[in-house]
Design a binder for this molecule. Structure first.
Ligand SMILES: *Cc1c(COP(=O)(O)O)cnc(C)c1O
Length: 400
């Protein structure tokens, strides 16, 4: 028998097996939920081995748990990262990472169509701690570079973005970061490691809202930051203080979800493309935004750096806000609600939910039109999702 290193395993195999010890407690096949707040020391040597770092072990659950560590190792493997740190939510990952890596008097540059709460944190909260940010238009790399100041430390972006699914050109983004010796961070929630691995392009830190595709069942909140050990350790040390940790039961749900990540996302990629093509032909849909369509502004970049285009399709209904909400009300399969990435198809009308607090002019200035709808496909049959959309549109537009 060969004694060489085992062959490199495929993504689906790694999703099931990576990070998991082959021999587990009680000969269990699955990783147990170690539901404890603290870990005990049996003698002074135990304590010494721990404090001298002679032996890795757990101490207190705010500093990590076995179920968490297994989940982190699996996700690190899938994203091609040296290390991973999990959080109580995606926003906890974003805020903890930025606060860990930035200090008073420093500056970051962020692209404009990132997750709304991320932008709010950078615009409204970081300045309270003496950290300023510049916001530059997504896709404008000249503006991005021009916004860099002597005290800039971080470039932050997202890809694909919400709701227009604009795609960051990773090569250009990383080149600017390297030239100015900045830490680059990308929120890659919408892509998942199945479709895109920003670390392979040289991005320093990847952030995910694991609430979405990674968990995949619309039943948990979690976040992740991944990258080189030295970055992740810096953030981990800060998380030990700020405490936005993930609990063991949630880790278990995430671990379980990750095992089917590749098959779920493959299905969602295929369904979203089919639905996008259907919508593009529908007479009452003005425009469809999907990076897998030739009509999308970033189709070429998406094709060059992604293996799939994701499960979110955004489209503009030919009607005012009330008409669009009527279409949503007529859906019988898709649920109306925020979030994305789970097994159930979810649909949302940004103008009346995420941006309800803005005037129409303010919304239109950032491209949130009255008829805009974001559809996040689940793992149902594409034909059923299309039939549901078709009947809901027909019900509203029957009189022409
Ligand atoms: C949902 C989301 C977040 C926030 O994650 P939570 O888990 O809800 O805290 C951040 N970024 C993106 C792109 C998201 O979709």
């Amino acid at each position: 028998m060969s004694t060489g290193s085992p062959p490199k395993r495929g993504f689906s195999t790694q999703a099931v097996h990576a990070g998991e010890d082959r021999k587990k407690f009680g000969d269990s096949l699955t990783t147990p939920i170690v539901q404890t707040s603290t870990f005990v020391f049996h003698d002074a040597k135990d304590v010494h081995d721990y404090t001298s770092k002679a032996k890795f072990r757990f101490e207190y659950s705010r500093y990590g748990t076995p179920t968490q560590r297994t989940t982190e190792k699996k996700l690190a493997e899938l994203d091609g990262a040296q290390d991973c740190l999990l959080f109580a939510s995606g926003m906890s990952a974003v805020t903890t990472a930025l606060l860990a890596l930035l200090s008073k008097g420093q500056h970051l540059v962020i692209t404009d169509d990132v997750y709304k709460k991320t932008l709010q944190f950078c615009q409204n909260d970081l300045p309270r701690f003496g950290i300023e940010c510049a916001i530059t238009p997504m896709g404008d790399y000249k503006a991005l570079e021009k916004a860099i100041q002597p005290n800039t430390r971080i470039l932050f972006s997202e890809s694909p973005t919400n709701p227009y699914l604009n795609i960051l050109d990773m090569k250009k983004f990383v080149a600017i970061g390297k030239k100015h010796r900045l830490t680059t961070i990308v929120d890659a929630t919408f892509a998942t490691p199945v479709n895109q691995q920003p670390l392979a392009f040289g991005v320093d830190i990847v952030i995910h809202s694991a609430t979405k595709y990674l968990g995949g069942h619309n039943d948990l909140l979690a976040g992740a930051a991944l990258g080189k050990e030295r970055f992740v350790n810096e953030v981990r040390d800060f998380q030990k203080t700020t405490g936005g940790v993930i609990d063991p039961h949630c880790c278990y749900l995430l671990l379980r979800g990750l095992k089917t990540l590749s098959i779920r996302v493959a299905r969602q990629n295929a369904t979203a493309l089919t639905v996008a093509k259907f919508l593009e032909k529908h007479p009452r849909i003005k425009k469809v935004y999907y990076p897998g369509l030739k009509s999308h502004r970033d189709h070429q970049i998406a094709k060059a750096q992604m293996r799939g285009f994701g499960g979110v399709v955004t489209f503009d209904v030919d009607g005012d806000s009330a008409t669009t909400q009527k279409v949503l009300e007529n859906l019988k399969l898709c649920y109306v609600g925020p979030s994305l990435g789970g097994v159930e198809t979810l649909i949302t009308h940004p103008a009346s939910i995420s941006y309800y607090d803005m005037t129409r002019d303010e919304r239109y200035a950032i491209g949130i039109t009255d008829g805009l709808v974001r559809l996040a496909v689940g793992v149902e049959d594409a034909e059923d999702i299309i039939a549901d959309l078709e009947q809901a549109l027909a019900a509203v537009f029957k009189k022409g």
